[in-house]
Design a binder for this molecule. Structure first.
Ligand code: ZN
Length: 102
């Protein structure tokens, strides 16, 4: 069988937000890291960290992460990566805190 279903995460900003949550929770194993990197409980915090790790691995496979080249083959992900940093940060923040204003 060659068909593959879409992974849980297909939006690059959501992948970045989930990745930040994963990193923040790994940095402080016994408590949630709250700082400018991960300013509060986010959309991804309710999920077990192992699930997030699996979803990020699925996203990387789906988006064609190529470690040797350090890039993704998926055009939407390439567009996200090419955005100016402030725009990437804004989209990532919106994916982490969708109910917040701005
Ligand atoms: Zn979080």
């Amino acid at each position: 069988m060659t068909t593959s279903s879409a992974p849980m995460i297909t939006d690059p900003a959501a992948a970045a937000a989930a990745g930040k949550c994963y990193i923040a929770r790994n940095r402080a194993a016994d408590k949630l890291a709250i700082d400018s990197f991960h300013p509060g409980p986010c959309e991804w915090c309710p999920y077990p960290i192992a699930k997030i790790a699996g979803w990020l691995a699925d996203f990387n496979r789906w988006a064609g992460w190529t470690p040797g080249e350090g890039r993704y083959t998926d055009p939407e992900v390439q567009r996200f990566v090419a955005l100016p940093r402030p725009e990437q940060r804004a989209r990532t923040h919106a994916a982490a805190y969708p109910k917040a204003d701005s």
